[in-house]
Design a protein around this ligand. Sequence first.
Ligand SMILES: Cc1cc2nc3c(=O)[nH]c(=O)nc-3n(C[C@H](O)[C@H](O)[C@H](O)COP(=O)(O)OP(=O)(O)OC[C@H]3O[C@@H](n4cnc5c(N)ncnc54)[C@H](O)[C@@H]3O)c2cc1C
Length: 363
Amino acid sequence: VPPGALARIARDAVLAPFRLAGWPGYADRGSSYASALSASLGPELYGVLYEPYAVKLWGLPGERIDVEQARRRVSADNPWKIARRILGRRAPEGRVYFYPRHGFGQIVDALAAAAVGAGALLHTETEVSTVDVCGRPPVVRLADGGTVRAGHILSTLPLALLARLARPQPEPAVLDDARHLRLRAMVLVYLVHKGGRWTEFDAHYLPDSDTPVTRVSEPANYRDNRSDDPADRSVVCAEIPCSVGGDIWVAPDDDLADLVMHALSAVGLPPVRLTAVQTRRLPHVYPVYETGYAEHLMSLQEWADGLTDVTTLGRQGLFVHDNTHHTMAMAYDAVAALGPNNRRDEAAWAAARERFSHHVVED
Ligand SMILES: Cc1cc2nc3c(=O)[nH]c(=O)nc-3n(C[C@H](O)[C@H](O)[C@H](O)COP(=O)(O)OP(=O)(O)OC[C@H]3O[C@@H](n4cnc5c(N)ncnc54)[C@H](O)[C@@H]3O)c2cc1C
């Protein structure tokens, strides 16, 4: 951040109480992501950091993003909270965390093993084509022609997709609402770096609007016990939010690697000594809280609440930004809300949903 901007950020921090008190002449604080964060963080910090980052993450300017996105997504939402983080004065639970020795996927592997141990059958790489709730028991039909009958369906499909796949289909107005709930896609570009660690840091955030890359992480640096890691190489992961079918989505892997290398050099990070590239394209990643989304979401949620044999949950299923531990808590609550006849206890599930509404993303 240039020195002039730093001075303006400091000025904005001093003026924060006046902005937040809504003094005349200060921006309206509540109607959009842009106005809420300009008021709490100050216009300069919002403009240099949060505005360009929002455009990259969600594909929209801050004025077209709902204020709820700021509440759910930005935990350090004023200059003093940011300063406390930089100076390390965080709550104890935020200062230290555990990271699985074999990477984040170890959490999912452990859950899968526990589920199988408890008698679950897991089918991965299996596409659901319809969710048939015409009779009891409900039936999930698969793209490969298979069917699964269920006592109760716990669905983590994107909510809008569940509406499209449900039989009977919801009213046309609800399907129209589903079309308005957009999910941002992402390409993950993994670069294999020769010669041990690339840097000593776990993640680098790139708010700069000159590159579509938002974050570059080196997963091995999230843990301090490195006894199982190879000494001669490391993997760097670049995140590029995008739209399905857009230029980034269809770009060849080598072009994506070049784009990432260029972004690293532009911000002064060391070059990756590249030996291999792998990419993963994820179609459903970030819910986009475009202004007006809440009405569409409420309509879809009301439709889903009427499904007695299906409970929708999870990050995509409830159209939220939650972390893994939040979605695991949802799963425990969804199971706990099922009665012996596989019917949902509506009061218990409503109380759980109220708890979920307080989730704030941690990263
Ligand atoms: C780049 C990135 C980094 C993240 N980092 C962290 C982190 O460090 N810590 C953390 O706690 N959380 C992190 N998260 C969030 C974490 O990934 C989510 O909280 C978690 O994956 C949510 O789990 P879920 O089961 O609710 O949803 P998802 O994992 O999104 O699962 C939904 C599933 O539905 C499947 N699906 C879609 N359509 C169909 C269909 N027709 N048939 C069958 N299946 C279908 C999808 O393939 C997907 O597997 C990160 C997310 C992203 C995108």
